[in-house]
Design a protein around this ligand. Structure first.
Ligand SMILES: [Zn+2]
Length: 315
């Protein structure tokens, strides 16, 4: 019997989490190491000389006197939550197979629903910014999709009202197996929208395979090659070999989001799509999900309160 590579990898247990990051001190030391691997430097002027203000857990720059906390300027800024709870939340969310709802997070880490919701959004924001900084390359399958509508009988639902359009892209290896994917909400399936997306999320020189939807030739503006395969849009189109993975992924993301979150406000859909892709792109790295995530999290700017308020309003 061939064991599933994802299911049978070593992983990282809750027990290990509590051993490694069970106290505030352990979490603080780890975060410091990830934020300043070569030792502290002032985020204002870059100087390394500093003193510690122990009572307030601040680092003061000896040159410009700027005061920095471990979490200031990062996604953790102004948090009132113990780091141990943050780490537990990050562990649960990065290790989850499909997703963890705010309600489930609230129960598992022992915070209010609002707090759980905000943590969840911030963690997803880190995931989004991380993968947004890594454009796909090589051979890429590209497809259009909609959130909020049915896709039965091979119908694509193009142009339907009240649906959120998004592009789904998967880079594949020579055997057509998926390497990495991304999904992004677009304003519509127009050439300039696809071009704009491609410039951000595809590396020049990539080969993009799509169906015959004309806007996809917009990838050429991002210096990519474009191969258009006419599928006819009928029930057979989903079984075309070239689109096997993208269709599987689209089915998976919809099941995962609907199954875990039931309803997602379209405003927040970009982050939920990013969360799904982030985990999928790292499905063989379960063992070091937390350190990798935190390394990026301390390099991700705070989420503006304006966005958080918006998030609360649409919880
Ligand atoms: Zn300074």
């Amino acid at each position: 019997m061939i064991k599933n590579k994802t299911q049978f990898q070593a992983g990282y247990s809750l027990f290990e989490l509590f051993q490694d990051y069970g106290s505030e001190e352990q979490c603080g030391q780890a975060l410091f190491k990830w934020r300043w691997p070569d030792g502290f430097f002032c985020p204002e002027c870059g100087a390394e000389q500093h003193s510690k203000i122990k009572t307030r857990q601040l680092y003061q720059c000896s040159r410009c006197h700027h005061q920095t906390s471990l979490t200031s300027g990062t996604i953790f800024e102004h948090t009132k939550l113990p780091l141990t709870k943050w780490f537990l939340a990050i562990h649960l969310i990065t290790q989850a197979k499909t997703g963890v709802s705010a309600l489930s997070l609230k129960r598992q880490i022992g915070v209010s629903y609002n707090t759980a919701w905000q943590i969840k959004q911030k963690i997803m924001q880190v995931m989004k910014e991380r993968d947004d900084s890594k454009p796909l390359n090589g051979i890429i399958q590209l497809d259009d999709a909609y959130w909020g509508g049915e896709q039965r009988g091979g119908k694509r639902g193009r142009g339907s009202a009240n649906k959120v359009p998004f592009v789904a892209a998967v880079s594949v290896d020579e055997d057509g197996h998926p390497i990495a994917m991304n999904m992004h909400v677009v304003k519509g399936f127009r050439l300039n929208e696809v071009a704009k997306w491609a410039k951000h999320h595809l590396q020049p020189g990539s080969t993009v395979i799509s169906d015959g939807l004309s806007c996809f030739s917009g990838v050429k503006e991002a210096e990519c090659f474009h191969l258009s395969i006419v599928t006819g849009g009928g029930p057979d189109s989903v079984s075309k070999e070239e689109f096997t993975w993208i269709n599987t992924m689209l089915g998976n993301v919809k099941n995962a989001i609907t199954g875990t979150y039931h309803a997602v406000n379209p405003r927040h859909l970009p982050r939920y799509l990013a969360e799904f892709c982030y985990r999928h792109n790292r499905r063989f790295q379960l063992e070091d999900m937390l350190p990798r995530f935190c390394y990026i999290a301390v390099r991700t700017p705070p989420m503006p309160s304006r966005l958080l308020k918006l998030a609360e309003a649409y919880g």
